[in-house]
Write a protein that binds this ligand. Structure first.
Ligand code: ADP
Ligand code: MG
Length: 227
């Protein structure tokens, strides 16, 4: 479970970009986080990653107290999560297979495990026939699928995607969103998707948390994206 309790964040003194955030996300939930540019969406995801620390309040992810946690524990927290970014962040000189394998190597998975699991992750995102292609040979939608396969590589409980469809054409965007929903429904992953794409959000009738100027403006299950 993820819990924000009266969380605030200021990058500089008294300049709050998140104010008194209270959000509880249960295991296996699918949540959209929406809001205008500058609302604080990316900052919220950075707090979850512990790329940034909360200024006030409590932030809890399962047994981790992120507001109190020492830097040395951060790698253990991050192993419970997979991240997907708007700009894919793939290694250009590694193939699809190698990009996914690398994510497992860095956490010390055995070669045997890597050989067995990487193809399965790539297959799960529908890229089996592109396994040995390089990122430059892939479409935006395909690159994002690789990023998703990589996010799955450490078997995380939680997947956090910040504007995952921001650099993808609309048709492919729908596919990526469906894939995220499948990971939620079939594998039980907790999924948090930051987006400003109203049409996509309104298609799926999931929980929608709207941020406005650093505060939660609304939090609705089966919600629509209100502007
Ligand atoms: N590293 C930073 N230092 C100072 N201000 C920042 C930093 N990152 C973001 N901000 C500011 O925080 C606010 C929220 O930004 P962000 O979380 O990126 O919003 P969103 O993702 O919703 O567009 C913005 O006013 C932005 O300029
Ligand atoms: Mg952002």
């Amino acid at each position: 479970m993820i819990e924000f309790k009266n969380v605030s964040k200021a990058y500089s003194e008294n300049n709050y970009v998140l104010k008194d955030i209270n959000i509880k996300i249960n295991d296996g939930e699918f949540v959209f986080i929406v809001g205008h540019s500058g609302a604080g969406k990316t900052t919220l995801t950075k707090l979850l990653l512990r790329e940034e620390r909360v200024s006030d309040g409590r932030l809890i992810i399962d047994n981790f107290r992120l507001d109190k946690m020492r830097e040395s524990k951060v790698p253990y927290l991050r192993r419970t999560m997979g991240f997907v970014f708007q700009d894919f962040r793939l290694f250009p000189n590694k193939t699809v297979y190698e990009n996914v394998a690398f994510a497992m190597q860095v956490i010390g998975a055995s070669n045997k495990k890597i050989k067995k699991e990487v193809p399965a992750f790539i297959e799960a995102v529908g890229l089996k026939d592109r396994m040995h292609a390089f990122p430059a040979q892939l479409s935006g939608g395909e690159k994002q699928r690789v990023a998703l396969a990589r996010a799955l590589a450490n078997n995380p409980k939680i997947i956090i995607a910040d504007e995952p469809t921001g650099n993808i054409d609309p048709e492919m965007s729908l596919d990526i969103m469906k894939l995220l929903i499948a990971l939620n429904e079939q594998l039980g992953k907790t999924i948090i998707v930051v987006t400003h794409e109203k049409e996509l959000v309104d298609k799926f009738h999931k929980r929608v948390i709207t941020l406005k100027n650093g505060s939660v403006e609304s939090d609705r299950t089966g919600g629509m994206y209100d502007e």
